[in-house]
Design a protein around this ligand. Structure first.
Ligand SMILES: O=C(O)CCC(=O)C(=O)O
Length: 284
């Protein structure tokens, strides 16, 4: 996954083992002079609320998978967040958040590369990394109820979500389903902050089966959902979220708000991963 800036010959993956507790703090912005998107791609996103790239990443799929495996092995000794779910096969890791300050490969991939460049072009201004998560959806892992992301993102309006497929995502292992062209307003919600059943049944849900390494950009108002992983293969996915620079760097505010909300332990049949109740997994 690239090499050290000093050109010392060590891969950054190796360096990240040594620097696990180092923090990476600077942000980088997009390059106005060298846009990635053409007019057709911009128009497609504007009309549909999503845009897919098969081959945008600067890293190979094995490199991406190695770093995600490394992050999954972290314990609770840092300020990253880990969430677990109960499955028919026992407790499993469901999500890690706030890992770019501790993973140089992820820091470079999500804050300085083509993903943040395209995010900036779609936002219409420089993109700041608002938050990042890995949803593991290991074999037996639960799905996500139909929702729009926007209600889960306080403090920001010009915001978009991205999914990077770490493993192939299929209908059987719980790929996303998205609705095209419904990204212009907040739709009617239920008591969990997810889409109301009346709305859900009206929408045209299309599966987004993605090859590992594919990158899907989608508007924070684009309705989406996903099924459980009923296969025997894991379906890991990386989700960075970006906001426009004019709203400021609100990452610390977001994580403070999340920690405060999570001080009140959730009760009921669902484990909480987010500021809305979209995750259908069971508490451990
Ligand atoms: O990873 C998935 O299956 C869906 C995730 C999702 O919709 C979310 O985290 O908001």
């Amino acid at each position: 996954m690239g090499h050290c800036a000093t050109n010392c010959g060590h891969s950054i993956v190796d360096a990240s083992w040594r620097n696990r507790h180092a923090t990476f703090t600077s942000a980088s912005y997009h390059d106005d002079m060298n846009p990635v998107l053409n007019e057709e791609q911009r128009a497609f996103y504007k009309e549909n609320g999503w845009l897919l790239f098969d081959d945008l990443l600067e890293v190979s799929v094995p490199e991406l998978q190695t770093e995600v495996g490394e992050i999954a092995s972290w314990d609770d000794s840092g300020d990253w967040l880990r969430h677990f779910e109960m499955t028919d096969f026992g407790p499993k890791l469901a999500r890690t958040e706030n890992f770019t300050p501790h993973s140089e490969p992820m820091f470079q991939l999500l804050r300085g590369g083509a993903i943040s460049q395209v995010a900036g072009e779609l936002l219409g201004e420089d993109a700041l990394l608002y938050k990042e998560k890995i949803n593991y959806k290991l074999a037996g892992g639960a799905g996500f109820s139909p929702h729009q992301d926007k209600p889960a993102y306080p403090f920001v309006d010009n915001v978009l979500s991205v999914m990077v497929a770490v493993d192939d995502a299929t209908i059987e292992n719980g790929c996303l389903y998205v609705v095209s062209g419904w990204h212009h307003e907040l739709l009617k919600q239920d008591e969990r902050g997810c889409l109301h059943p009346d709305v859900v049944q009206e929408l045209d849900w299309q599966p987004a089966e993605l090859r590992a390494g594919a990158t899907l950009f989608f508007h924070a108002l684009t309705p989406h959902r996903s099924g459980a992983n009923v296969s025997s293969r894991d379906r890991r996915a990386l989700y960075p979220t970006y906001n426009g620079v004019s709203e400021g760097d609100l990452r610390d505010d977001y994580y403070a708000a999340k920690l405060e909300a999570f001080e009140d332990p959730a009760s009921g049949d669902r484990v909480r991963l987010s500021l809305i109740g979209d995750f259908e997994g069971r508490p451990v």
